[in-house]
Design a protein around this ligand. Structure first.
Ligand code: KG4
Ligand code: ZN
Length: 367
């Protein structure tokens, strides 16, 4: 790590704001100088009702919805934490990646509070916040292998430290959450898709349909879900009209296929991690992001980790999806290292975690 801790032995209180997609969130987190954290408040408001008629997130609607409620949510988060603005040590807001309108709302609000109270401002990388959440929930410290699975990203990275990420693999087409969302739409299961597919899959027969296991056996730990999506569509079209049981069986077969594919890619990344960190390094495997809430995926990756001698860490389901506690925590971790940002820090709708990663071979990489 390039920077040493600079907390002067004092705890720090950080307000976090999250507005990168379709959740508006505000939270207050306390970080002790030893590196442990405590959530004092964590308020999340989803916009699903506003986006549901369109079957997906509409950027303009999202930005307007953030504007309407963010200031009141800040007030409520501060109240619940029993803190005044004068008690804060910093303000952190998601600056990217994400939808530009929403990012601007959160960042401007955060900067305004920081300016008015003469507080440090921290422009947080949304994926870094997912990546570091296990530090808040379990005290897990880098280095560790991270599987990051969200609506917009699917990556395997070695987390060497705060701000130090080495990408091992990424998707060459759709993100895993996106694949869940598209499958849900195709099966008429509604929005957001991941939890709906999971619910249907619980009542389904995962062996009924033989769907492809994308990328299994490939050397580099990359992902691909576009071909599977086509296979799901063809299966559904052949059976149309679908009975309720057909829908559940397709959902279960899809979930089994992605889980096997992801587990295979993670196994490959574990080999790479052992080679990179050396056999004497502690072997830890962390899963984060919205799709980490999926029970089948969690169970399968826990088994894999045990088999390979990795300890397994995943945030509680309530902190897998987007929230501001993770933003406040990432801000607190950066503050402890003296990594603050100027008030003219830009929003970054596209912002790779590992800027040095070579592009994966294939089209349309979402880095
Ligand atoms: O991290 P996140 O909340 O937002 C982004 O940063 O993208 O991830 C949202 C994604 C969505 O695609 C959603 O369908 C998926 O996570 N998701 C799930 C589950 N819960 C949320 N996917 C599968 N199973 C779930 N239980
Ligand atoms: Zn996210």
């Amino acid at each position: 790590m390039a920077n040493a801790e600079q907390t002067n032995g004092k705890p720090s209180l950080v307000l976090g704001l999250e507005t990168s997609c379709d959740e508006t969130a505000a939270a207050v987190v306390l970080r002790e100088p030893g590196g442990t954290g405590r959530i004092l408040s964590n308020i999340v408001r989803t916009q699903w009702e506003q986006h549901r008629p369109y079957g997906g997130v509409v950027p303009e609607i999202a930005a307007r919805a953030h504007v309407e409620c963010l200031d009141l949510m800040v007030r409520d988060a501060m109240r619940e934490a029993d803190a005044g603005f004068g008690d804060l040590d910093a303000v952190a807001a998601t600056a990217g990646p994400g939808l530009i309108g929403g990012l601007i709302v959160g960042v401007i609000t955060g900067k305004a509070i920081a300016l008015a109270r003469d507080l440090p401002f921290i422009a947080v990388h949304h994926l870094e916040a997912h990546a570091l959440t296990v530090g808040l929930t379990e005290g897990v410290q880098p280095p560790y292998l991270l599987l990051l699975v969200s609506g917009g990203h699917t990556q395997l990275l070695i987390v060497h430290g705060v701000g130090a990420y080495e990408r091992l693999g990424t998707t060459i087409d759709d993100a895993l959450g996106e694949a869940f969302d598209k499958t849900a739409k195709l099966l008429g299961l509604g929005f957001p898709g991941g939890p709906a597919v999971e619910k249907a899959a619980r009542r389904g027969n995962a062996q009924r349909f033989e769907l492809p296991r994308p990328m299994v056996g490939r050397e580099e730990p990359h992902f691909s879900f576009a071909g599977l999506k086509t296979a799901v569509r063809r299966t559904a079209e052949k059976l149309s009209p679908l009975s309720e049981q057909d829908v559940c069986d397709i959902a279960a077969s899809f979930e089994a296929a992605v889980t096997e594919s992801v587990a295979d890619r993670c196994a490959r990344a574990m080999d790479v991690t052992v080679a990179r960190l050396g056999r004497l390094a502690p072997l830890r495997f962390v899963v984060a992001g919205g799709v980490a809430a999926n029970a089948r995926l969690r169970a399968s990756l826990l088994t894999l980790a045990e088999l390979r001698g990795f300890s397994f860490h995943v945030p509680p389901v309530s902190l897998c999806g987007d929230n501001a506690a993770m933003i406040a925590w990432a801000g607190a971790e950066r503050l402890a290292l003296g990594l603050t940002d100027p008030l003219d820090a830009p929003v970054r709708p596209r912002w790779p975690l590992d800027a040095n990663a070579a592009p994966a071979i294939g089209a349309g990489v979402k880095a």
